[in-house]
Ligand binder design. Structure first.
Ligand SMILES: [Zn+2]
Length: 133
């Protein structure tokens, strides 16, 4: 993952940029970063300049600010891990692979909200899988 580091991930604030990173790096989908609005006599709307998808105002799912959407990492995409609240912050562990002995290996992240912790752990897991973490 070029120029995205563990330090940068942990320093990020929840919001659109984090949602776009999750969409791009975790789910390998177009994050719709470059959006064009169009207006003509018969129609108006927004489309992504990269993939051409007509967006109707829908951008990336709000993984980093919406708990129901953040939980999709586990329920819909099969990430193995846990989330808990302890010491006044949220802690998330996500398994990113196995060690040579066959035990799961995990990355951990904290956040002031559960979605933030889940998103940061998910991004760290991508980094760890690529061997940069
Ligand atoms: Zn797109």
């Amino acid at each position: 993952m070029k120029n995205l580091t563990r330090e940068k991930i942990l320093a990020m604030e929840p919001g659109k940029e984090m949602d776009a990173l999750i969409t791009e790096k975790v789910f390998k989908k177009c994050p719709h970063r470059t959006i064009r609005s169009y207006y003509c006599q018969s129609d108006s709307g927004q489309e992504c300049m990269d993939c051409g998808e007509d967006l109707f105002g829908n951008r990336c799912p709000q993984y980093s600010t919406n708990i129901a959407t953040a939980f999709e990492l586990f329920t819909k995409w099969g990430y193995q891990g846990s989330i808990c609240f302890s010491g006044n912050e949220w802690h998330c562990e996500i398994m990113y692979g196995f060690d040579p002995a066959g035990y799961g290996v995990y990355v951990k992240a904290e956040g002031t909200s559960a979605p933030e912790a889940i998103c940061k752990a998910a991004l760290l897991s991508v980094l760890a899988k690529e061997g940069d973490g």
